[in-house]
Structures are given as C-alpha cells and as structure tokens.
Design a protein around this ligand. Sequence first.
Ligand code: NAD
Length: 285
Amino acid sequence: MELLNGKEISGQKREELSAEIKMLKEDGITPGLAVILVGDHPASRSYVLSKQRTCKELGMHSILTELPDTISEDELLSAIETFNRDHDVDGILVQLPLPSHISERKVIEAIAPHKDVDGFHPLNAGKLATGEPTFVPCTPLGILEMLKTKDISIRGKQVVVVGRSNIVGKPVGQLLLSEDATVTYCHSKTENLAAHTKQADILIAAAGRAKLVSKEMVKEGAIVIDVGMNKVDGKLCGDVDFEAVKEVAGMITPVPGGVGPMTITMLMNNTVLSAKRRKAFKGAV
Ligand code: NAD
C-alpha cells in the first residue's frame, strides 16, 4: 500500500503557484481572494483562517470580511456586490454553511461567475457538466490533481463515488467522467452499497459518515480517496476505516493530510487562474 500524501503533493503544487504569482506580480497583478465569513462557527473560522494563511504564504492579496450571523440577506448580497466590482479581487468565497434565514442559493448566484473560485455558481456547474472550461470546485480538482501527480490512470477505470452533493460528490464524478472514467454514483438511498464499492478501481468516499467504508467493501489494489471529515471523540477521521482498508488498498489518502490540504491549494490555483484572466483582459484593452 502507498500513502497518497496530500500535504506533499500540495506542497509541490504550491511551489508552482508561487512562481506563477511572482510572475503576475512582476506584471503588476497581485492575485486577490476575498473571503466572507458569516457568524462564528468554529470549524468555518478555522477553514477561513487557513485559507488566509495560505494566501499570505503564497504572496497573494487576501481580504477577510467577518459579518455577524444577525446580518440580513440583502446586506450580505451587497457585500458580495462590492467585491464583484472590486478590480483587485479575483476570487470571492462565501464560507458555507450560512445561517438559516439566508438563502445559500441566492448568495452563490450573487457571486460574479468569473470570480466564483469555489465553482458553485450554477453557470460554472453547468459548464463543468457540459465539459466546458470553468472554475471546478476545489475538492474535486484537488482529487484530480492528486491522481494526475501520481500518474494514476483514469481512462476506462471504474470510479465509484459515495456521495452526490453539489460541492463534492456530483462534480468529482463529472470531472472524472470528462477524463474518460466509467462513473457510478452511490448515495444514502443506494441499495447494497458494498456491491458497488467493491467494483471500484478508484473509490471516492464523500458521505460524511465516519468509517462507512470497511475493508470488505474495497477491491484488492483499489485507489481509495477519503474526502470525509468527521469528528469522533474530538478527533478528525474520514469516511474510510483507514487501519483496516490500508491492508487491501493499492493507494489510500490519510485523514488528516490527504484531500484537505489539496482543497485549499486548488482554491489558490483557481484564484491564480482568475488573476491570469484579468491579466489577459488587461492586455487586450
Ligand atoms: P453532504 O452532507 O452535502 O453530502 C453527503 C452525501 O453522502 C449525500 O449525497 C448523501 O446521499 C451521501 N450519504 C450519506 N450517508 C450515506 C450512506 N450511509 N451511504 C451512502 N451515501 C451516503 O456532504 P459534503 O458536503 O459532500 O461532504 C462530504 C464529506 O466530505 C463531509 O465529511 C465533509 O466534511 C467532507 N468535506 C471535506 C472536504 C475536504 O477538503 N477534505 C471538503 C468538502 C467536504
């Protein structure tokens, strides 16, 4: 079994990004990411701080707007609009989840699609589904980057995705379909989950259920990507029973240190991509 070390792979990617950022800066463009945090959810705060830290480490411009959870939907929408119009901001991210009185759909749709570095806007989701170039959501993109860096062949392989959310399950399946995988989606209503997962050459667990994937559900030699982030007795653990599954898997991601670091790195990647488009636009005028 080989460990798919997300920290190591994302470290290499960050070095590449750092060089690109340096070049952009020489051309007078500093990639900028605006993050909006509503309320004081501890996990959200820690994600946001680590996104900000990474921006700083890479020499990017980062803005954090913290808003109380009593804010109205209209006030949040107007904060987004300010960043839509700000030429120094290449990417806008509103940390989810939001308080229940605010519509996530309206908020996501308010972000200008060309600054939607999370890739959640329906226009970008539609482009991914139709195979057009777009901002791909960061976790799926991080998974693809890991597979490519490790020269894992995707074409013709049986990929099984456990989970069908709009931010992980659905887009990762679409992304790997566009790389010519044969994709099966499983979800909470799937009957006989193990019969599907056992077929997987590449198994992606994104259900948010601790240790859902046991050794018996994994084919010998399979590549196992664990997206899950669950807190059990105060400890972070994935959707895969790591200790048991590593006995049968060919390669496996740990939690923490697997998909998580890749996600943040691909957020930086998408922001740099947006800044490059700004540069191309600037050059064209
Ligand atoms: P979600 O709750 O929106 O979706 C979970 C999906 O899993 C649903 O489609 C549901 O049908 C399916 N599911 C639930 N129970 C199941 C079961 N018993 N069998 C089969 N399918 C089942 O969650 P999400 O936002 O997609 O996130 C999934 C997990 O990934 C969470 O633990 C989340 O914290 C984690 N996550 C990690 C990263 C990262 O960077 N590592 C990023 C995003 C999400």
